[in-house]
Design a protein around this ligand. Sequence first.
Ligand SMILES: [Zn+2]
Length: 113
Amino acid sequence: MTDEEPTVKIILSQGHDICGECERIIPAYTVYEEVKGVWDGEENIFHTCKDCLSVRRVFFPRSWRHEDVWGCVWESICNNYGEIPEDCYGQLTDWARGKVIDMVNDYFEMSEY
Ligand SMILES: [Zn+2]
């Protein structure tokens, strides 16, 4: 199989798909993103809930990496010594903002020792 340009769809959840990023069940009647594509000859489908989607859009707008967004956030927190630009927070969903703030706090707690 040759690599294909991924297709991106926004879908209404039926309540039985799991987000590939936070591994929570995507609640029924909320919208989420489905990306289908062929990478390295392998067909894959990725589901991303609206919370994790807001994170990807704010921090990694040109990235096609999936199932790693929170690892990437952690990396950029470390690379920026815990500094996240204020306007990034503003574009996140409430849940995603809370999680990013928790991670920043973890980072500062860790770096105290
Ligand atoms: Zn998610």
